[in-house]
Design a protein around this ligand. Structure first.
Ligand code: ADP
Length: 160
């Protein structure tokens, strides 16, 4: 039976850290849905469609990755695509408390979907979309932090 995982996030924008998690997840699961959380409480730089297009572009070499977006409860989305698991990335100890909170709530809402944590490659431990945006805004070098299409998209957003 096909094992399906959901890899949710804001992805505003996708970084090499996210890509590392997606790649690792795609080795273990038959299908990985990378889904952009359409969460109105954050003020994103990229629209949901722009974020999805960037994810599609930088994951096109991974055949078992699908890209989607959702609004609402993650467990409802996961159930709708018959997912077995939720994948989250862990960078440092600081991620733990937040992730444990979400995981225990998701388990309470739907006990059939397991959350799997994947530890990122050390080189991406301090990488986040927010840091990338901050550096890009002031014209710093982000070539080792995000793939080329993301670099170009950020450049377009912040130029002028
Ligand atoms: P969210 O707003 O849901 O935290 P993000 O886009 O910031 O969305 O992150 C999505 C997922 O990717 C989370 O599980 C997060 O821990 C993980 N992640 C983000 N950056 C990295 C990174 N550098 N290395 C590993 N995992 C990461």
């Amino acid at each position: 039976m096909n094992k399906i995982a959901v890899c949710p996030g804001s992805f505003d924008p996708i970084t090499y850290g996210h890509l590392d998690i997606i790649q690792r997840g795609a080795k273990v699961f038959d299908e990985v849905y990378v889904v952009v959380l359409n969460n109105s409480s954050k003020k994103p730089v990229f629209t949901v469609d722009e974020r999805m297009d960037l994810i599609r572009d930088v994951t096109k070499h991974i055949p078992n990755v699908k890209v989607d977006s959702f609004q609402g409860l993650l467990v409802d989305y996961a159930a709708s695509i018959k997912a077995d698991a939720i994948i989250r990335g862990l960078r440092a100890v600081s991620d733990f408390e937040y992730e444990m909170q979400i995981t225990s709530m998701n388990r309470r809402l739907n006990d059939h979907i397991e959350t799997f944590f994947i530890m990122t490659n050390n080189q991406f431990s301090f990488l986040s979309s927010s840091i990338v945006k901050e550096v890009a805004k002031y014209g710093g070098d982000i070539s080792e932090l995000v793939p080329k299409p993301v670099q170009e998209a950020l450049h377009q957003k912040f130029k002028g």
